[in-house]
Design a protein around this ligand. Structure first.
Ligand code: NAD
Length: 457
C-alpha cells in the first residue's frame, strides 16, 4: 500500500484538517477482489434482508446528519443549512432505494412453446467516481441504487473533499453492511479513478466531473465495453420572459446560480432576459445580489461560502479581469479563505464567460428579442444539463421546455434534483440518467431465459 497522502484543507480558513491516504493500484486491485466476493454473498441474500440492510444504513446516516454536515462545512465550505440538507439527502436516497430489492423484477413475455422470463442480474462490482462540489449526494446517487440492485460498490471521492464520503463508509460498516461490499478508496484520479476504468472486474463506472475527464473515462471504458454513466459539466440558462412575475424571477436568480458558490453543475449561469424587461430586471437583480450573505459557512445566516481551493479560486478569478464587463457584484470576506464575491457580467454573446463553464459565483446576463431568439440562445452551448423558464403563459412554458436541449428543466423555479425523478444531461453534459425509479435497473444486465414446455403425455 502506498504511504503517500493528500493534505485536506478547510477552504474558509486555510487550516489543515487532516491528511488522507492516497491509495495505489495494488490497493485498488485488492479492494476489487474483496468486493467481488462480498457481492456474491450479498446477491445471494433474500431481497427482504438486503432491503433491511439498506434501511439500517439509512438509519445510521440519519443518526449522524449533524456530524456529517459539520464535516462538510469544514472540508467543502458549504453553508451549514445546505450541508445538513446534503447529509439528509443521503439518508433519503438510501431509504428510497431500500424498497428496490423487493421490487426489481423482470417480465414474463408471451412466446410459443414455453415460458419466457427476464431477470435483472447485478453487474458485479461498480465504481463510482465523484467530484468535489457535492461529495455526499453524488456518491449516494451511485452507491444506493447500485447496492439495491445487488452490486458491490467502490467509491473514489475527489482529492480535495474525501472526508464525508470516508465517514459514510464507516457508518455503513457500523450499521452492519459488509465492509468489503461498500468501500471508499481515497486517492488520485489518475491512479485510483483510472484503475476503476481499466480494471476488468469493475463492470460499470459512474463518473461525475468535468467533461474533459469524462471523455477520457468513456474512451477507456470503451476498450472493455464497460458500462458508463457520465454526469458532466453545464452552462445552463435561466430564461426570463416579459410575462413572468419579474420580482420573483429577479429575487430567486441569485439562488439559481450562486448556490454552493456557483460550484454547481446545474447553476443557471446564463440569465437570458427579454429585452422589453431587461432594464427593470437588472434594477431588481442588483439588490438581490448585494443581499447574498457571504461568509463563515458554519453560521446559520450564511448563504454562500468560499470556493473549494486556492487553485479553483485562481481559475474563477481569471474569468473576471480588471476590464471585465462587471454590472455589479456582491460582497466577500477578505483575509484567509478562498473567497470570491457574487459577480454579474454583461458581456457580448460570443464571450468566453458566455460559452465556458466557470463553476464559480459568476453569472452573465444577456438580452433576447423573442421566444425563438431565447430558445436559440439557450441551445447555443455544448452543454445541456438544466435550466429555468420564467413565464406565466402555460403554452409558452410547454413550448420552450420541449425546445430547450437539457435534461432537467424547471418552470418558475430553480429546482433540479429530487431523488424520485431522473437526473442527467443532454449533449456534452453527460450520458445516462441517475435517480428516479429506474436507477437500480441501470446497474443490472437483463437476462432472458426461455423454458421449453414439453407437450402433454
Ligand atoms: P474532475 O473531472 O476534475 O474530477 C472528477 C473526479 O474524477 C475526481 O474524483 C477526480 O479525482 C477523478 N479523476 C480525475 N482524473 C481522472 C482519470 N483520468 N480517470 C478517472 N478519474 C479521474 O471534476 P471536478 O473538478 O472534481 O468537478 C467539477 C466538474 O464536475 C464540473 O465540470 C461540474 O459541472 C461537474 N459536475 C457535474 C455534475 C452532474 O451531475 N452533471 C455534478 C457535479 C459536478
Amino acid at each position: 500500500m502506498s504511504s503517500a497522502t493528500t493534505t485536506v484543507i478547510n477552504p474558509a480558513t486555510e487550516e489543515v484538517l487532516r491528511t488522507v491516504e492516497r491509495l495505489d493500484v495494488a490497493a485498488v486491485d485488492d479492494a476489487v477482489a474483496r468486493a467481488r466476493d462480498a457481492q456474491r454473498r450479498w446477491a445471494r441474500r433474500a431481497p427482504a434482508e438486503r432491503a433491511a440492510a439498506l434501511r439500517d444504513f439509512a438509519a445510521a446516516v440519519d443518526a449522524h446528519v449533524g456530524e456529517l454536515a459539520a464535516l462538510e462545512v469544514a472540508n467543502s465550505g458549504h453553508p451549514i443549512g445546505a450541508a445538513e440538507w446534503e447529509a439528509g439527502h443521503v439518508r433519503d436516497v438510501l431509504q428510497y432505494y431500500s424498497a428496490s430489492p423487493e421490487r426489481l423484477s423482470g417480465r414474463q413475455i408471451p412466446v410459443a412453446g414455453g415460458l419466457n422470463v427476464t431477470f435483472h442480474e447485478p453487474l458485479g462490482v461498480v465504481g463510482v467516481i465523484t467530484p468535489w462540489n457535492f461529495p455526499m449526494p453524488i456518491a449516494a446517487w451511485g452507491f444506493a441504487p447500485a447496492l439495491a440492485a445487488g452490486n458491490a460498490v467502490l467509491v473514489k471521492p475527489a482529492e480535495w473533499t474525501p472526508l464525508t464520503t470516508l465517514r459514510i463508509a464507516e457508518l455503513a460498516a457500523e450499521s452492519g453492511l459488509d465492509p468489503d461490499l461498500f468501500q471508499v478508496l481515497s486517492g488520485q484520479g489518475s491512479v485510483v479513478g483510472e484503475r476503476f476504468v481499466t480494471h476488468p472486474d469493475i463492470r460499470k463506472v459512474v463518473f461525475t466531473g468535468s467533461t474533459e475527464v469524462g471523455t477520457q473515462v468513456m474512451a477507456g471504458a470503451a476498450r472493455q465495453v464497460k458500462r458508463v454513466t457520465l454526469e458532466l459539466g453545464g452552462k445552463s440558462a435561466n430564461i426570463v420572459f416579459d410575462d413572468c412575475d419579474l420580482e420573483r424571477a429577479a429575487a430567486t436568480a441569485p439562488y439559481g446560480v450562486f448556490d454552493n458558490a456557483g460550484q454547481d453543475c446545474c447553476a443557471r449561469s446564463r440569465i437570458l432576459v427579454q429585452r422589453s424587461v431587461y432594464d427593470r430586471f437588472m434594477e431588481l437583480l442588483e439588490p438581490a445580489v448585494a443581499g447574498v450573505v457571504v461568509g463563515d459557512p458554519a453560521q446559520r445566516e450564511t448563504e454562500m461560502g468560499p470556493l473549494v481551493s486556492k487553485a479553483h479560486l485562481a481559475s474563477v478569478a481569471a474569468y473576471v479581469p480588471d476590464d471585465a464587463p462587471v454590472a455589479f457584484r456582491g460582497s466577500a470576506p477578505s483575509g484567509a479563505g478562498f473567497w470570491f464575491p457574487p459577480t454579474v457580467l454583461t458581456p457580448d454573446r460570443s464571450a468566453r464567460t458566455v460559452t465556458e463553464e466557470i463553476f464559480g459565483p459568476v453569472v452573465v446576463v444577456l438580452p433576447f428579442d423573442d421566444e425563438a431568439d431565447a430558445i436559440a440562445l439557450a441551445n447555443d452551448t455544448e452543454y445541456g444539463l438544466s435550466g429555468s423558464i420564467w413565464t406565466d403563459n402555460l403554452s409558452r412554458a410547454l413550448r420552450v421546455s420541449r425546445a430547450v436541449e437539457a435534461g432537467n428543466l424547471s418552470v418558475n423555479s430553480h429546482s433540479s434534483v429530487r431523488y424520485s425523478t431522473p437526473f442527467g444531461g443532454f449533449k456534452r453534459s453527460g450520458l445516462g440518467r441517475e435517480l428516479g425509479p429506474d436507477a437500480p435497473e441501470h446497474f443490472t444486465e437483463t437476462k432472458n431465459v426461455f423454458f421449453a414446455i414439453t407437450e402433454s403425455e
